[in-house]
Design a protein around this ligand. Structure first.
Ligand SMILES: [Fe+2]
Ligand SMILES: [Fe+2]
Length: 303
């Protein structure tokens, strides 16, 4: 079991971080639509070869809005899951209970933060952009799975947010500072969540046989499949929003290139970058070498 992380340390690190939703958005803090929202390594708008620079920026911002929505959406199932996990042992360990409740409180704050940014986007972008959902329906479809599978999905998602910020956002000098601030503040709190997720995964795996663990990993991949169909739908929404926002009618060949490159960009953003995260794979490998191998075999399709 994990020797690296403790509830006490995660709680202590979290208590040192202080920011409010109101510090990040509202008043004169508005999104800047003259700048891109997302780093190119996630947006991959340059791969849509026929776009003008302005059109690339518009598509990038549409992807930024979808990012707000998809994170809002996944946090809708993370929050009840963490609360349920906390309830399993209310009286065993004061640090455990406080760290998990702090985690849940931060996710509630993040849901609020993403909503406030989406409101700002809607009022400033000028074109309505559809997003997948509703969050409650997706949350109940995900939460219907084995808790260990859901915990692995959450571990994947939270390591993914760390990677997005560290690999792609932190050093990016052209991003909208407002959007960058959201990703930075989210990253700061998610750093503790990755540790608590690791502890949740290990607690849920305890006492399970190898075949029970492998079955949970199959369910983790099933949830990945659910997310993947959501992403396929989101690309259609983004294509439609792009054509309405720019007034550009694409021919079938151009639409096909848009779908192909943007679906792969979405797959890397939400699936591949989590599945291949070294820390995620290390925790998975600690449960089962076969499970790690299985995920490593599937991951290239999402890169
Ligand atoms: Fe979050
Ligand atoms: Fe989180």
């Amino acid at each position: 079991m994990n020797q690296k992380y403790t509830y006490q340390e995660a709680l202590g690190a979290s208590e040192k971080i202080h920011w409010r939703v109101e510090d990040l958005i509202g008043g004169d803090k508005r999104l800047d639509f003259t700048k891109p929202s997302m780093p190119e390594s996630l947006a991959r708008v340059e791969q849509v070869s026929y776009l003008t620079p302005e059109e690339r920026r518009t598509l990038n911002q549409i992807r930024g809005n979808a990012y707000l929505c998809i994170f809002g959406l996944v946090e809708e199932f993370i929050l009840p899951f963490v609360l349920d996990h906390a309830r399993l042992q209310l009286h065993s360990d004061d640090y455990r209970l406080r760290a998990l409740l702090q985690f849940a409180g931060e996710e509630a704050k993040h849901i609020h933060l993403f909503k406030r940014f989406r409101e700002d986007f809607e009022s400033g972008f000028g074109t309505a952009c559809a997003v997948i959902g509703p969050p409650e329906a997706i949350a109940s479809a995900v939460l219907a799975h084995d808790p260990l599978a859901v915990a692995l999905v959450i571990l994947h998602i939270e390591w993914m947010t760390q990677r997005h910020y560290i690999d792609s956002v932190q050093e990016d000098r052209i991003l909208d500072p407002q959007f960058k601030s959201l990703l930075k503040h989210h990253w700061m709190e998610e750093a503790q969540h990755t540790k608590l997720d690791t502890l949740m995964v290990e607690a849920l795996a305890e006492g399970r046989s190898a075949s029970e663990i492998d079955k949970a990993v199959e369910e983790y991949l099933e949830i990945g499949g659910l997310i993947d169909s959501g992403l396929t739908q989101q690309v259609e929404f983004d294509l439609d929003a792009f054509m309405r926002a720019t007034g550009r009618e694409l021919n079938e060949e151009q639409k096909a290139q848009f779908r192909e490159t943007q679906l792969q960009a979405n797959r890397w953003t939400y699936l591949g970058s989590g599945m291949t995260h070294e820390q995620f794979l290390a925790t998975l490998g600690g449960l089962s070498t076969a499970a790690r191998k299985r995920v490593e075999e599937v991951a290239p399709a999402f890169s």
